[in-house]
Design a binder for this molecule. Sequence first.
Ligand SMILES: [Mg+2]
Length: 445
Amino acid sequence: MEIRETGIPRRSLLGAAGFSGLAASAAPEPSTTFNRNSAPSDLKITDIRACTVASNFDYPIIRIDTNQGVYGLGEVRDGGVRGQALVLKPHILGRNPLHIHSILELLRPYSGHGRLGGGFSAIDMALHDIAGKVYGVPAYRLIGDKLRDRIRVYCDTTPSTDAKVYARRMLDRKKQGFTFFKMDVGVGLVKDRPGALRDGSPTEKGLAYMGEYIEAVRDAIGYDVPLGTDHYGRLSVPDAIRLGKAFDRFELAWLEDIIDWRDWRGFKEITDAVLTPNLTGENTFGVEGFRDLIENRAVDIIHPDPETSGAIRETKAIADLAERYGIATAFHFAGSPVGCMASVHCAATVRNFVSMENHAVDIPWWDDLVTGIAKPIVNHGFIEVPEKPGLGVELNDDAVKEHLRYPGYFEPTPEYDFPLVSVRIWERGPYPHITEDGTVRNVKD
Ligand SMILES: [Mg+2]
């Protein structure tokens, strides 16, 4: 692990912080130690808008605007909808975006697991983007120390029922420079082979067939690199234990989501019985969602997706809790470069970090969606941690507009002006009630 403190040239930050509209009235002073172009105590959130990129999954991207021109970008979980974030608009308008912790605690009751974690997460990203720009520091600096300069990426490839083809595709990933691999080994791969399944569960014969694919891939990429496995479907605990023991000989990096993540007791049984590490969590929100898995040592590795788990600040808290229990942290990720870089900033600070997923390495225009960072973004299996204020990326408007799911690019959102639940619950009534003479009257009458 490379640990390094970052020296950021102050002058370059003043030019990069995105306050050009204000510079005319307050010229920057090269010797100043903080950015006088902003007045942080007067900063207010004025709007939240969105657009949705059509890609392998939809990427709902949000922008939080302020009264000082500085804005922040964020992303709702891939495959989610922009409304997950926009519906939170009345709860954040008028607030100081630098009060990140307070705003997020306010939004916590409106978050949830799966795609329902996407709104909270998108707003977390945008707030850290704004705060980083205002203070002139990369987002990672707002939550911890930079423990690594680049983030190790893992990716899978399209499965094939032909083990030789599958192995060749995985070898191609190695040739692209990846140093961490994952393959999908669902029972679907062997369902048409005689005697492979009984009532949908793999038989001993079926496990042997599935093992042939893993063996072919191991022979192609070697046993000296990490290889995770996924997409087993949901097995019973006994079936998961049988499978895990059968596959221990392949020395896999992990078995992913082999049962439902909510069953921490089931995971505990499997983890205690099998040598191969267990991993889960891509649909889990918040410390509260991960607590049982971690504190019971039910898994060996947690696998939050920062676009569901709460993004930069919450995912750091989850990873820190895991670290205290000797549990490692890998990130699930399948979104745009905006959410990717937010995740990279978080990963840079996580001591027990293993690797982060990328689902877009075959999409030729994925890099084009943003500017401001080194390209290719995933470079020989690693992503560089940006040294620019905030997330370090801006949208390439033309490229994003080429790939919109719906018409409209950061249009006004008046339909989201009303809160999910009333934030002014004391403004209520009237209370109709039936009086003694049988008439209906209001209490306030
Ligand atoms: Mg998965």
